[in-house]
Design a protein around this ligand. Structure first.
Ligand code: SF4
Ligand code: SF4
Length: 444
């Protein structure tokens, strides 16, 4: 029966992926904007004409323009029409841009975006968008150029800049009267632009010997580094949005989000060899919970049977979340991931309450959120099942139950290990009085 339910859920998820892919094509046909929408970027617009050639554009005429006026007062366009390949963190970001006849931006607004609000706070605000006003195809429209980056929204900001920049360049290149556009920022990805990559490589590469050789002090250092640099500085956490993005193919490309792709690659590669290295050595929110529990005077003894049942809940929640993200992208389900708000301090009120409760419960139960609610951790648990190595408890041990009592996620039951719950913290290995817990390769 359990197997039947699992297979049914997987099949339904696969059907949702197929449905999502089939409906990714823009719902509204091109040329369906109305005057009220155009006026968001051209407040003085009185009428407009939609033209297909050379690409979808709205020729805009201001109030008082003669009915036969041959040259429009400007153009409006959707970045998703001119640069449809540019993706944000959660798919395309529909920007409406108004330009004057010399291709300088007159107005800009976000019409639709599914970005997680905790990460993308700011891109829909006037104070940020007004930086684009006056910029043209020759401007350096990039986070490290004429536009201020938003530290919590690196991928989103890059996507917005790139979509606007490429659209303007396309328009300018098609107009022989206008000077040729510069190809700002397009082309090769320069690693020197992303010094954070070296930090990521060091963090993950150091995690591996730390895990294998039981270097507990270094593990604490890595967790502190992950918390401060990944969490506080970069606000980069593995999210279920990455998983749904991989499923529906809506993640930005490598050029638009180099750091994110390297981050994901490191999580997946280390995951395939060892399992949840990210959870045990790098995750900022996991680190925060661990530090809270370390200093807590109110640690509680958890009933392992109840805990084990509750831990299952997150897999069903994960399934529901993935289905909702695939079938109703507009819901922005990843807004409800607690850890995003913890580091960006932006998100829906409900999530503020939930985050507060999570952090309070972390004083009583070690890695409370990881155990019962973390969707991202639930995804990574799958890696533990397919990884080349895993923690292995010798069934002929002395049954002292030390490891069961001290496991930081309640993953051990007698000599059985729920491998998907293990975060590779090594506490069981370090404390087994008989040395019967080992890392084994190629063991199923
Ligand atoms: S379970 Fe979630 S919160 Fe915990 S360490 Fe893993 S990803 Fe981070
Ligand atoms: S103590 Fe638990 S979570 Fe840590 S390595 Fe052992 S089994 Fe895994």
């Amino acid at each position: 029966m359990k197997k039947l339910i699992t297979v049914t859920l997987i099949l339904l998820l696969a059907a949702a992926v197929v449905w999502n892919r089939a409906h990714q094509v823009r719902q509204e046909p091109q040329g369906t904007l109305d005057l009220a929408t155009i006026q968001k970027v051209f407040p003085g617009a009185e009428r407009f004409e939609f033209q297909h050639n050379p690409f979808p554009l709205y020729a805009v005429y201001q109030k008082g323009a003669a009915p036969e006026k041959p040259v429009p007062d400007g153009y409006a366009f959707l970045t998703t029409d001119l640069a449809p390949h540019v993706m944000g963190y959660a798919g395309p970001i529909v920007m409406l841009v108004g330009i004057d006849p010399s291709h300088r931006i007159q107005g800009i607004c976000v019409l639709e975006s599914h970005e997680t609000s905790a990460y993308a706070y700011g891109i829909e605000k006037d104070w940020w968008l007004k930086q684009f006003i006056g910029l043209g195809p020759k401007s350096n429209i990039a986070p490290e150029g004429d536009i201020d980056a938003i530290s919590s929204a690196t991928v989103t900001v890059s996507a917005v800049c790139r979509a606007v920049r490429e659209s303007l360049q396309k328009i300018a290149a098609a107009d022989l009267v206008q000077p040729k556009a510069v190809s700002a920022g397009k082309g090769k990805v320069r690693l020197s632009r992303h010094p954070e990559i070296y930090f990521l490589l060091a963090l993950f590469l150091l995690s591996l010997p730390t895990y294998l050789f039981l270097w507990n002090r270094l593990r604490t250092v890595l967790l502190v580094a992950g918390f401060l640099y990944l969490g506080i500085k970069l606000k980069m956490l593995f999210s279920v949005a990455h998983v749904t993005g991989l499923l529906d193919g809506m993640l930005p490309d490598f050029e638009g989000a180099t750091l994110m792709w390297i981050f994901l690659a490191l999580i997946i590669l280390t995951g395939f060899v060892f399992g949840r290295v990210y959870c045990g050595y790098a995750c900022p929110f996991g680190a925060l919970q661990e530090f809270i529990y370390k200093i807590s005077p109110w640690r509680m003894k958890v009933n392992l049977r109840v805990s084990r049942r509750l831990a299952r809940v997150k897999y069903y929640l994960l399934w529901l979340l993935a289905m909702a993200a695939l079938l109703y992208p507009a819901l922005r389900v990843t807004n409800y991931e607690t850890f995003a708000l913890t580091f960006t301090l932006t998100g829906p009120l409900l999530v503020w309450y939930f985050t507060g409760l999570t952090l309070i419960f972390s004083f009583f139960i070690e890695r409370f959120y990881c155990r019962y609610f973390c969707f991202a951790g639930a995804c990574l648990g799958i890696l533990n099942h397919v990884s080349l190595s895993r923690i292995d408890i010798d069934p002929n041990c002395s049954n002292c139950y030390t490891c069961e009592r001290i496991c930081s996620t309640g993953a051990i039951h007698g000599t059985r290990l729920d491998t998907e719950e293990c975060i590779l913290c090594n506490r069981c290995r370090r404390n087994c009085p008989k040395g019967k817990i080992k890392v084994r390769f190629f063991k199923r």
